[in-house]
Design a protein around this ligand. Structure first.
Ligand code: GTP
Length: 782
């Protein structure tokens, strides 16, 4: 950080040099005499109408010179007066920043100083000399590609010097090299093809040693187009500069002393929008490159007169600088101008310090002039914003914080409702349904596909075949994995429901948050999964060896199984009907017949092969018989899809037949007692499934469900509310387009109200100042 003294001495109200006072007094004087202080200093200055118009801009070279004589006497009044003016600039710069943050609205515009000049004319060097730091992008490859809107904030009570990029979230940047790197990156992000972008980069610099100013650095004008810098780019830069040099901005036309002013694109452009030079300051750089007499001649303002005049500067530090570059630069400049009589004459203004003061004064006056027009413009915008806020939202306020809180409350509320509806009975129902389905699968595999199943009711009670089968079936049901599959079932249900809860309004706008909800849901469940499934597994272990069944349990089991099979039968019938309706009854019947005939034919063929092999004939069996003409005609009708449907219909018919047969068996006297369990395996397995369900649910409820119901709302609070910082809360709220619109309008209204308050204060102060000035002038006259 540069020592405050270096630049502090250039800008400290308490240490105004006589020249400072000269300018300020000059302004007062000019106020009094309507700008008539112009004595044609330097020759060729504006006259007549130009002077009348120039009265508004009271700071001219001549004012400065004339007031030199009176400066000292008025010191106290001036400082007071100056502070008030400074306050106006400071406040209006603050207001400008607020207005910029609302939008870059053309109607809400306060003046800024726009730096224009040809490439390499020294624009960056001048800006850096004003700021007192090297911070602008450097390089030969057109490094200024976007406007840089620079706001300098004078912070008299702080030693801290830093920059801020309001559009980026970088916070305070204390290292000016870092500011330079960021600006370079932002500029070079504009592609070589596009080369220039109108999107401004905002930068604020806070320091005790800078004045309150707003400056805009623009890409340099191209003098002669070539292959690398074609005509289109030249026009693009001119268009961009033209946009910025409009009123009320102040133009800083930077020209190099070693280039003829007649060739200055900056002056040419400024003359188009400000023919009398009322808001153009000419800055002649590189004064060290021309003889002092030639340099002074340019500054005398004779050939291309500007009311605000020219200031000569030398903004190049000597090569062998050791330490602070900017102070070396300023020393170098002071040494250069000090001993040359050409630069110590009336009408010749030189030095970065003079330039700074001039900029402050001109900006202050520009701001002062804009005060009343900006009050009107803001008032109009504010009325519109208030009206829209009333019409669209009935003046209902919303904050990003309240939106986050409401959204999460509604999530927790929906979660609570789900938790109430998903209690033990519901979990039991889900687990039972899963296990009953498994019972059906085991029965289908073990019994219903057994060709001897029709013999089962007539089998002897000690028939080992069926006794073994029933043990096999119950082992299949209780085998390891029940703990895992039942726990997984409940986990899946919870995951799906959490996904459902976070899918509706307004979560459809918050994809990241939905992912977060899914992620912590699965995290909570994962931590509970293993212990729960192990517990369930351990507690159902005894059922692998022995299942005790009471009569009542048996009867219930039979009843439930009958109901289950009847439901299954219903489903079979309904599916068969769907196929029948889709294919057509006759067509389906024909296709089924075709399938059955083919099956029978296959069996016959296999039988013949077997017979042949038994007879010792080793010749391969050859089929000579071919399809009859009629069969050939029908065959193409049975396309693979139709045959597939026919196969499904056949399967459903067989299954329905078995189900009817099993329902009848279960309803028979044989299945009244559990001693006959081998005749009624479905009922026996169902009773086991019920016992497994009961045990599993008991542990799932305690270990998994209760824990999850406890933790989920806490995680919602922790992760989605408490852990969010201000920016994240804002980002979240603005993901919802209707909230974003609401917040934007509300914020706009709030900022305009704030601006209006500040403006009203300034208007009062300004009125005070004017009243005091009048009284002073009256007293002075006496
Ligand atoms: N001798 C001398 N050289 C200077 C002076 N001011 C600037 N320069 C040099 O002129 C060259 C261009 O200066 P810059 O400040 O980068 O000019 P610019 O107008 O910002 O350039 P672009 O951004 O490329 O358009 C640099 O090499 C500076 O060191 C000066 O007062 N005297």
């Amino acid at each position: 950080m540069r020592p405050k003294d270096d630049l502090g001495k250039l800008y400290t109200f308490g240490q105004l040099k006589p020249e400072d006072e000269i300018q300020l007094a000059g302004r007062q004087q000019s106020d009094k005499n309507g700008g008539s202080g112009n004595g044609g200093g330097g020759g060729g200055g504006p006259s007549g109408a130009a002077l009348a118009a120039a009265a508004a801009f009271s700071v001219s070279d001549d004012d400065e010179y004339q007031s030199n004589k009176r400066g000292r006497q008025n010191r106290d009044t001036i400082i007071q007066h100056d502070e008030q003016f400074m306050m106006l600039t400071k406040k209006l710069i603050e207001i400008r920043s607020i207005l910029l943050s609302i939008d870059h609205n053309e109607t809400l515009k306060l003046p800024s100083i726009v730096v224009v000049g040809s490439q390499s004319s020294g624009k960056s060097s001048v800006l850096e000399a004003i700021v007192g730091h090297e911070f602008l992008p450097k390089g030969s490859n057109m490094v200024t590609r976007r406007p840089i809107e620079l706001t300098l904030v004078h912070t008299p009570n702080s030693d801290e010097e830093y920059g801020e990029f309001p559009q980026l979230e970088l916070g305070k940047v204390h290292d000016f090299k870092q500011i330079q790197r960021t600006l370079t990156d932002l500029n070079l992000a504009v592609s070589d093809a596009e080369c220039v972008s109108a999107k401004p980069i905002e930068l604020r610099i806070y320091s005790a040693s800078i004045p309150d100013l707003t400056l805009i650095d623009l890409p340099g004008y191209i003098q002669i187009s070539n292959r690398n810098q074609p005509e289109t780019l030249k026009l693009k830069i001119e268009e961009l500069c033209d946009k910025y040099i409009q009123e009320p901005n102040i133009i800083l036309a930077v020209c190099s002393a070693d280039v003829d002013l007649a060739n200055s694109t900056a002056l040419r452009a400024s003359r188009k929008v400000d023919p009398m030079g009322l808001r153009t300051i000419g800055v002649i750089t590189k004064m060290d490159l021309v003889p002092p007499s030639a340099g002074a001649a340019i500054l005398r303002n004779s050939e291309y007169p500007l009311h605000l005049g020219y200031i000569g500067v030398v903004c190049k530090a000597p090569e062998d600088v050791d330490g602070n570059m900017t102070s070396a630069l300023i020393r170098n400049e002071e040494n250069f101008f000090r001993n040359k009589f050409e630069f110590n004459q009336r009408g010749v203004n030189v030095g970065t310090a003079t330039l700074r003061r001039k900029l402050m004064n001109v900006l202050e006056q520009g701001m002062g002039r804009s005060l009343y027009s900006i009050v009107d413009a803001v008032q109009k915008e504010l009325e519109e914003a208030r009206y829209q806020f009333k019409v669209q939202y009935n003046d209902r306020r919303v904050t990003a914080e309240s939106y986050v809180a409401e959204t999460m409350d509604s999530l927790k509320h929906n979660f609570k409702e789900f938790a109430l509806l998903f209690g033990k009975p519901q979990v039991r129902h889900e687990v039972r349904t899963m296990l009953e389905q498994r019972v059906l699968d085991i029965c289908a595999e073990t019994y219903w596909s057994d060709p001897k199943v029709s013999d089962l009711p007539k089998a002897a009670s000690d028939d080992i075949y069926w006794l073994y089968k029933v043990d096999l079936a119950s082992a299949a049901l209780t085998k390891s994995g029940i703990g895992r599959s039942t726990t997984q079932l409940v986990v899946d249900i919870l995951m799906n429901n959490m996904e459902r809860l976070s899918a509706g309004e307004p979560f459809n706008y918050h994809n990241e948050t939905r992912k977060q909800i899914a992620s912590f849901t699965s995290e909570i469940l994962r931590t509970k999964f293993l212990t729960t499934s192990d517990q369930v597994e351990n507690t159902i272990k005894p059922y692998k060896y022995e299942v005790e069944v009471t009569d009542l349990e048996w009867q219930d089991g039979v009843k439930r199984t009958v109901a289950l099979l009847e439901k299954e039968l219903e489903m079979c019938d309904s599916m068969a009907n769907t196929i029948k309706n889709a294919v057509g009854k006759t067509k389906l019947r024909g296709a089924i017949k075709f399938l059955l005939d083919s099956e029978r034919e296959d069996q016959r063929r296999q039988e013949r092969v077997r017979q042949q092999q038994q007879d010792g004939n080793t010749e391969p069996y050859i089929e000579y018989a071919s399809l009859s003409d009629e069969e050939e005609a029908i065959k193409p009708l049975y396309n693979p899809k139709l045959l597939e449907k026919a196969r499904e219909a056949l399967f459903l018919r067989d299954r329905a037949m078995i189900l009817k047969y099993r329902i009848a068996a279960l309803k028979s006297r044989q299945c009244k007692t559990q001693e006959n369990k081998q005749y009624c395996p479905e009922a026996f397995l169902n009773v086991i499934a019920e016992k497994l369900t009961y045990t599993a649910v008991m542990f799932i409820q305690v270990e998994l469900l209760n824990e999850f119901f406890f933790q989920f709302p806490r995680e919602v609070d922790n992760r989605l509310v408490y852990e969010l910082d201000r920016q994240q809360i804002q980002r979240f709220a603005r993901e919802n387009p209707s909230i974003m619109k609401h917040l934007d309008l509300q914020e706009r209204k709030g900022k305009l109200e704030d601006v209006m308050d500040k403006l009203n204060y300034l208007v009062r102060k300004q009125a005070d100042r004017q009243a005091r000035a009048k009284m002073g002038s009256f007293g002075g006259g006496v």
